[in-house]
Design a protein around this ligand. Sequence first.
Ligand SMILES: [Zn+2]
Length: 455
Amino acid sequence: MTRKGNRADATRRAWLETIERFRHDRDGPGSERYWSPLLDTASRDEIRAIQEAKLAAAVPFLYENSAFYRRRFNALGLLPSDIGAVDDLIAKWPVVDKTEMAQDALAHPPYGTYTTMSDAVWAERGWMLFSSSGSTGEPRVFRYSHVDRELWAWANARALHAMDVRKSVGLPTIPGGGLDAKARANFVLRYKPTILLSTPTYALYLGRVMQDLGSDPRTSAVRQLFIAGEPGMSVSSTRERIQELWGARLVEFYGCTEAAPSAGGFSCPASLSQDGAVSTHLLEDVQIWEAVDPADRRPLPDGQRGLTVCTNLNSEASPQLRFLVGDYTLLDRTRCACGRTHVRALGSFGGRADDLITLRGIKMFPVQVEQAVRSVGGTGDEFEIVLATTEDGLDIMTVRVEHERFPKAEQVSRQIAGEIRSRCEVRVDVEVLQPGTLPKTEFKASRVKDRRKKQ
Ligand SMILES: [Zn+2]
């Protein structure tokens, strides 16, 4: 074997040993409240010490096993020894974004070189391939190993424990894949699952399908709605609508394929406080989380709203340094009322920077419009945001929404427009439609139709 091959293997082994060293409570919960009391309630100094130890192993591992990272080190004039601590990382290593990864995937098809997965490791202990859709270019691919699968199960167990999911006879699941919504609704009624996993959009949709079938979702066995894939916790009017529909508590998972395998963000017993404030935890011994300025991507102090950046410390296949996940949030590292000491996203996550709408210089998120629309009683679950250019060249936004008081359309329209104006500081037209007019959204909602003439 070549010397380079030796270094690649040696740094991989050192990396795997480091991960194992800090994998406490690997086979079961260490206490009733916390899966891993040692890690989940570690002091800030202890959390930082674990991060430093993992980072010190991750940096050479990446340098020797990812051509993308090695090129980046060279281009920056850095050696792995230059990044020995979290502060070095934040000061010296510019954030990596999706575009950079996509360019690498394009130049090195089909897998790119931004992961540490080699063909040899894939053949020996490969587990599953995850891919971005590739609808807007070369797909970004991530091949995870069985080591990752085990780490994933462990991190998710910690998150699920915080969400009050307890193992009784294992944690049996009923997959709903390949079924239509009516069949899934019947599954809920017949097999009585206590937790429903879906996007927030689908939780709404499925509940309505059950109502159409003559059943009340509130009388089902579902006591917890486990949502992921779209902002949900952060949009209070949507959250309340879903909780009300199901008579169940909403909890959320937050993460991204690039920084798997890990739970990413998760709810805890204190995630939704009495005054309506929400927060979502992140696991800091497995990932380093920061917020950066959306404009220049400089690190922001805690408490300032910015875009999420993740350094992934617990993956054999995809350990990333400062990957721009790109959701707006505000981080807080004070101890949570649940006793966990890890960072929380206050207000949860409000949408990806990619989703931002800019209209006549005003910036807003689709979720802000959603919040406004759903705050008005009687609005339907569906709505559309249509952006267009008038003949005079003026960009305008029309929000199309269904309402049960359709005959009073004008009054409803004024009310919704007022809500949007106060939340987004923008004047829009609101078109009120008869219930059942808009197409039903099942999974992830795609609410924005941009028909503006490009300048
Ligand atoms: Zn908590």
